[in-house]
Write a protein that binds this ligand. Structure first.
Ligand code: SF4
Ligand code: SF4
Length: 88
């Protein structure tokens, strides 16, 4: 039986220095969906511009990538091919 707090299986720690989310500004319409859905506050609006704050806050849930209607968010899996919590 697994002990509480112990993670079973293959888990790889992601190096936060490797950015795997990128905003393609030329595609962004400024709809703000990424700002509203992001659970970590990694996106914000500055006037009509979207600001991406980088990987430090990000949980790597992939929600911003999926919600963007303009394919303006480029997602590459973290090194090792797995996110910290989820994989889609
Ligand atoms: S992957 Fe999740 S936590 Fe990271 S920026 Fe996108 S919505 Fe926010
Ligand atoms: S969801 Fe996509 S199009 Fe909308 S503001 Fe975010 S990056 Fe831009």
């Amino acid at each position: 039986m697994a002990r509480a707090g112990k993670v079973e299986g293959k888990v790889k720690r992601v190096r936060k220095s490797r950015v795997h989310i990128r905003l393609l500004r030329e595609k962004c319409t400024g709809c703000g969906k990424c700002v509203r859905i992001c659970p970590s506050g990694s996106w914000s609006m500055k006037g009509e511009d979207i600001e991406w704050k980088g990987m430090n806050l990000c949980f790597e849930c992939g929600a911003c990538f999926h919600v963007c209607p303009s394919n303006a968010i480029l997602w590459r899996y973290p090194e090792g091919g797995e996110g910290v919590v989820y994989r889609f």
